[in-house]
Design a binder for this molecule. Structure first.
Ligand SMILES: [Zn+2]
Length: 387
C-alpha cells in the first residue's frame, strides 16, 4: 500500500540477456526503440518513419525540462488532466510515514507482538486481533492534519475545470478536506471516511468511528456486535470498483498526467502511468527519481516506465523535489501563485472554523508540524464535521 514497500518487486530486466556484448546489444536495442516509437507515434501520421534510418523520436513538446513544460502549459494549456498521488503529498502535513522503521509508530506497537509489521493491514490477522490496527489508527487518525499546498493545487485544477480525476493512494482523507468534489476523487486504497461492520456490512460514519477509537474502545457493530473496520483497503481486499472502471474514460484524450509523491512501486496503482496515450505528457513531482523505465520499456513487466531520464523520452517531465515546492513553482510559472495562496488560506480558515475545538491534544503534542508557510498550522483542529 505505501511508499516504503519499495523495491520488493523491482524487475530484473537483464536476467534473460547477456551483458557482455553491451555495445552490440545497445545498437540492436536502439534499433528496436526506433521501430517501437515509429510504430507507436505514427498513429495517423504520414511519415514513413520505419524506412528512415535517421528517424528521430518526435517530442510531444519541444523542451521536456520542467521550465519547458511550464512554458508550454502557459502558452498552450491542457484540457484534460488526471492526477495520481501517494504519501509524499501528505508528509508536509505532518503525517508520519508509519511504515518506516524508526518512525516511532511501529515501536509503539511492540507490545502487540505483531508477527510481521504489515500484519497490521492483513485482513486475516485483523479479524483475529484488531487491537493493533486501532492503536495505529488512533495515532494516524485523519482530522488532526490539514491539506498541503500540493493538495490544494489539485483543487485549483478542479476549480479551473481542468481536472478529470484525482487518484490517491492515501487513506488520510486530506484530498477530500480541500473541498475537491467527491466524484473527482478515487481513493484507490480506501479511506477512513466510511466504515463497515465485517459481519453484517452495516455502515458507520467517520464521526462514530472516531469516537470509538479515541475512547479506546474496540468499534463493535450496534446491530450484530461484529467488529467495524474503516474502509481502507487491507491486504487480501479488493480495491474500490471505481479504480477499475474509471480509467478508461479518464485517460481517453487525457493530455496531462501529474504524478506526485508516490514511489510508483505499489501495484496496481502504479500501472496508471501506462494508461494515457503516447501524446499525453506525464509530469512527475517527487523527491526521488522514481518510475524509471527498465532499459527496454515495453519489456517492463510492471509497466512503470517513465522516460524522463532517457534519450528516447518523448513526453515525460520530472521535477525532483518536494511536492509543495513543485506545485508552488508550477503555480508561479503559470501566474496562479496568488490564486493558489488565496485558496489555501480561505479553505484552511473554513476547516478551522468548522472545528473550533481541538480534541487530539495528546496526539498533537508529539507531532512536529512542518507546514512551511501557513499560520493555520499553529491551530491544528479536527475537521471531520466538514466532511
Ligand atoms: Zn454488524
Amino acid at each position: 500500500m505505501g511508499d516504503s514497500e519499495k523495491k520488493e518487486e523491482r524487475p530484473t530486466t537483464h536476467s534473460n540477456s547477456s551483458s557482455s556484448d553491451e555495445e552490440e546489444g545497445s545498437d540492436a536495442t536502439m534499433d528496436m526503440i526506433r521501430r517501437f516509437f515509429a510504430h507507436t507515434l505514427n498513429l495517423g501520421g504520414s511519415t514513413d518513419a520505419k524506412a528512415d534510418p535517421d528517424f528521430k523520436v518526435e517530442k510531444v513538446i519541444p523542451n521536456l525540462s520542467f521550465e519547458g513544460f511550464a512554458d508550454h502549459w502557459r502558452e498552450h494549456g491542457f484540457r484534460k488532466i488526471v492526477t495520481m498521488v501517494g504519501a509524499g503529498i501528505s508528509t508536509s502535513a505532518g503525517i508520519p510515514d508509519f511504515r518506516s522503521p524508526g518512525s516511532g509508530l511501529y515501536s509503539n506497537l511492540k507490545k502487540y507482538k505483531l508477527p510481521h509489521p504489515t500484519a497490521i493491514f492483513d485482513l486475516d490477522y485483523f479479524e483475529k486481533n484488531p487491537a493493533p490496527f486501532f492503536a495505529l489508527a488512533k495515532e494516524l487518525y485523519p482530522g488532526s492534519f490539514i491539506p498541503t499546498p500540493a493538495h490544494y493545487f489539485v483543487r485549483l485544477l478542479s476549480d479551473k475545470g481542468l481536472l478529470q480525476r484525482h487518484y490517491t493512494q492515501n487513506i488520510d482523507t486530506l484530498d477530500r478536506l480541500t473541498g475537491l468534489p467527491e466524484k473527482k476523487i478515487i481513493e484507490a486504497h480506501g479511506s477512513f471516511h466510511t466504515n463497515h461492520c465485517l459481519k453484517c456490512r452495516r455502515e458507520y460514519d467517520m464521526a462514530w468511528m472516531k469516537a470509538e477509537i479515541f475512547a479506546d474502545r474496540l468499534p463493535k457493530c450496534e446491530k450484530c456486535n461484529g467488529v467495524v473496520k474503516p474502509d481502507i483497503v487491507f491486504f487480501g481486499e479488493n480495491l474500490p470498483q471505481r479504480f477499475y472502471t474509471s480509467p478508461d474514460e479518464d485517460f481517453e484524450d487525457c493530455d496531462l498526467l501529474i504524478i506526485m509523491g508516490t514511489s510508483l512501486e505499489v501495484q496496481p496503482f502504479a500501472s496508471l502511468v501506462q494508461r494515457p496515450g503516447p501524446r499525453c505528457i506525464r509530469l512527475l513531482i517527487n523527491r526521488d527519481a522514481v518510475g524509471q523505465a527498465s532499459f527496454v520499456p515495453w519489456m517492463d513487466p510492471h509497466e512503470r516506465s517513465l522516460l524522463y531520464d532517457r534519450p528516447n523520452n518523448t513526453r515525460d517531465v520530472a521535477y525532483l523535489g518536494d511536492c509543495d515546492s513543485g506545485v508552488l513553482a508550477l503555480a508561479k510559472a503559470l501566474g496562479w501563485e496568488d490564486e493558489l495562496q488565496q485558496l489555501i488560506t480561505s479553505e484552511r480558515e473554513k476547516l478551522n472554523a468548522s472545528q473550533p475545538q481541538k480534541k487530539n491534544e495528546e496526539l498533537d503534542k508529539d507531532k512536529p508540524h512542518s507546514d512551511p508557510d501557513d499560520a493555520a498550522s499553529n491551530s491544528q483542529t479536527k475537521k471531520d464535521a466538514s466532511l
